[in-house]
Design a protein around this ligand. Structure first.
Ligand SMILES: [Zn+2]
Length: 248
């Protein structure tokens, strides 16, 4: 493999590596968005549950008031019956007083029941409006989530295909270059750079004369400062026709 061919292969590896990072970051963004949407869905579900709990509480209050009212009425009718049979005036007066107290309690309980029923009615109307809104938000979110999942699957397929291309491109590079280049790729995105006059194209370190001479003879050498691989485009022999060029 000529030096130029190697440079092209290594540059293609860098591009594929960048494409992998970009796809991974897109997938991460997608996962974050999905998580947000799932949280919003859970919040909406909680909102509905608390509306239902509120309505149940209001109904419970009404049930209790109805029970109380029926107990009052029962007691009242017992007292009325007793009153009819009482002979002594003093006893009758005491009973009448008790009947009057029950009548007041009955009146108060009935008013409270009436206002509780009205409250429940209003609550149910409000809930209906709120729930309709929440349900439509839920539907919209579910549709968005389904689209997100679909898109994420497409991204994952794309990622896996780029990763495969990367492995193929790596296998195409001479073995002695595979590990040193991969190691560099983990710390910098451009492990192979052109020299610029007599300095490293990335860190601008001045290349020592003997290295510069070798680079000008078409060699690829590491920068003594940043360890990136240096080459000079003008001094690489042209690609032979049999050498194919990978593209990403
Ligand atoms: Zn350098």
């Amino acid at each position: 493999m000529s030096a130029r061919h190697l440079v092209e292969k290594l540059k293609a590896l860098s591009s594929a590596h960048e494409a992998i990072s970009a796809a991974q970051s897109l997938i991460k963004q997608h996962l974050d968005q999905t998580k947000q949407k799932e949280n919003s869905l859970a919040q909406l579900k909680n909102s509905i549950a608390s509306l239902d709990a509120e309505a149940r509480e209001a109904q419970k209050k009404i049930d209790l008031l109805e029970l109380e009212l029926s107990a009052i009425q029962e007691q009242d009718s017992k007292l009325q019956k007793k009153l009819k049979t009482v002979k002594k005036q003093k006893e009758a007066l005491a009973l009448e007083k008790e009947v009057a107290q029950f009548a007041r309690r009955k009146y108060d309980t009935e008013r409270e029941l009436e206002s509780s029923c009205q409250e429940l009615f209003n609550l149910k109307q409000q809930h209906h409006t709120t729930k309709t809104k929440i349900l439509s938000e839920q539907d919209a979110l579910k549709t968005e989530l389904a689209a997100c999942t679909k898109h994420e699957n497409t991204l994952r397929q794309k990622l896996s295909s780029i990763e495969q291309s990367w492995v193929n491109a790596l296998n195409d590079v001479p073995e002695e270059w595979q590990s040193k280049y991969t190691r560099m790729l983990n710390s910098v995105s451009n492990p192979i750079v052109q020299i610029s006059s007599s300095v490293c194209g990335a860190c601008f370190y001045t290349i020592v004369e003997k290295d510069l001479q070798r680079i000008k003879l078409g060699e690829i050498l590491p920068c003594r400062s940043c360890y990136r691989f240096l080459y000079s485009d003008a001094h690489l022999s042209p690609l032979e026709t049999s050498e194919s060029q990978a593209s990403y």
